[in-house]
Design a binder for this molecule. Structure first.
Ligand code: DI6
Ligand code: FE
Length: 406
């Protein structure tokens, strides 16, 4: 029996993302029943509809799961516009990082920013994502690097939930860069990450996962192993930035730790891909960074498909390598630059993105028992969302069963 305010969204073309043998898990002339924050029923055109619900007529439009941006760094101070100019004058991203710019310059600006300033700027970025139908955002720390600022970043990320209709998943990315106070002492910094900062973040419940930047300009396999071991000790799942600029074999290491996801992976060797299938790790495509850094090395998409590794797509929203606050543009880029199919791109920001955050049982799919995070779009077919660039906004959005203001 329906409760008061339970709703039935009728007459929609449902891109459910279920594995029902149809592209996008399409169900035509469908209805979706919502009770409280959950989806409680899905009905096809020949099914008898339940009674007692407030009925909303979807007028034949497409209903999709709310999008999930499973990789962002959207809490930060300052910007890197000057660095963008330097790169256009011929310097590389790695050169700028080696000279103490890059991530470290954002670290200075983030440390200097007040918590209120961090919240306001993060809010405007998250609001742009939400306006495109994003209902879950992962946010990483990693621009504070010291104890206080990392904790502040994660607190600010969590606070976004109080201002917007989004779920925030937080990730501790202490091993993002070596801060100036630890210059030439990366191992000591890793010890500080593992023994001082991470235990407190775990104790406060401020992070859902732990991430690392495994790269020649980031951290070595050995250092990342220490971070992963510490995460395991605190019961935190791991994720990893790997093979973005070179093949360090970070993805194989992450798979050994049953990582939720390996992200970027442009330089991952095709023969290493099988290990991701075994560990159930999601491969996260970040075409915004590939585009913005004008890279040419493509991720091993054919091997990922061949091994059935789930591929997610995210914005990587950050000031240095991907100043992109548009999930729909990231999906378009994944198709144009990485040759994902539109269906792969949409599964990549729904069902597979949910898996990359450990949310495969409750988000990213329109199915009974899942969270009622839904968007109604004024389109005939889901492919239109990926085809257009800055063309679409949801007509209506429900977050945990509640109609959300857009
Ligand atoms: N890889 C990235 O693309 C971001 N972090 C990382 O490890 C970029 C970080 C930045 O340049 O500020
Ligand atoms: Fe990133």
């Amino acid at each position: 029996m329906a409760q008061q305010n339970d709703i039935l969204i009728r007459n929609v073309r449902l891109a459910s993302m279920q594995d029902n043998g149809k592209p996008y898990g399409l169900i035509e002339n469908a209805s979706v029943a919502i009770s409280g924050s959950k989806i409680v029923g899905i009905f096809g055109e020949n099914d008898t509809l339940p009674e007692g619900y407030d009925v909303i007529d979807g007028q034949g439009q497409c209903l999709l799961p709310g999008f999930i941006d499973c990789h962002t760094h959207l809490v930060y101070g300052g910007d890197r516009a000057t660095e963008f100019e330097q790169r256009l004058l011929g310097q590389s991203y790695a050169d700028i990082a080696k000279q103490g710019g890059g991530i470290r310059s954002t670290v200075s600006a983030t440390r200097a920013a007040s918590t209120q300033e961090l919240l306001q700027s993060a809010l405007s970025r998250a609001r742009r994502l939400a306006a495109e139908g994003v209902t879950t955002i992962e946010v990483k720390s990693g621009y504070g690097l010291d104890f206080d600022t990392e904790i502040r970043m994660l607190q600010v990320a969590k606070q976004l939930e109080q201002h917007l209709d989004v779920d925030i998943m937080t990730t501790y990315l202490g091993a993002h860069a070596v801060p100036v106070e630890y210059a030439q002492r990366a191992d000591d910094y890793i010890q500080y990450v593992c023994e001082t900062v991470m235990p407190e973040i775990a104790r406060l419940g401020l992070a859902d996962a732990v991430d690392v930047f495994c790269e020649s300009i980031g951290f070595s396999l050995e250092q990342c192993t220490k971070v992963f071991n510490a995460a395991a000790l605190h019961g935190l799942r791991v994720k990893a930035h790997v093979e973005q600029l070179s093949d360090q074999k970070g993805a194989k290491l992450a798979a050994q730790f049953n990582a939720l996801s390996v992200d970027h992976i442009e330089y991952m060797a095709a023969e290493d891909v099988a290990c991701l299938k075994q560990s159930g790790t999601v491969a996260v495509m970040l075409p915004g960074a590939f585009y913005f850094l004008n890279e040419s090395q493509l991720p091993p998409i054919a091997a990922l498909r061949q091994h059935g590794v789930p591929m997610a797509v995210a914005t990587d929203l950050n000031p240095g390598s991907s100043p992109l606050s548009s999930i729909l543009t990231a999906m378009n880029m994944a198709c144009v630059l990485f040759k994902l199919t539109p269906e792969e791109a949409i599964r990549g920001t729904t069902i597979h993105a949910a898996r990359a955050l450990g949310l495969a049982e409750c988000k990213g799919k329109i199915a009974v028992g899942f969270d009622a995070d839904l968007c109604l779009w004024n389109i005939n077919h889901p492919v239109e969302l990926v085809y257009g660039i800055n063309q679409h906004r949801p007509l209506k959005k429900w977050y945990k069963g509640r109609l959300s203001t857009l």
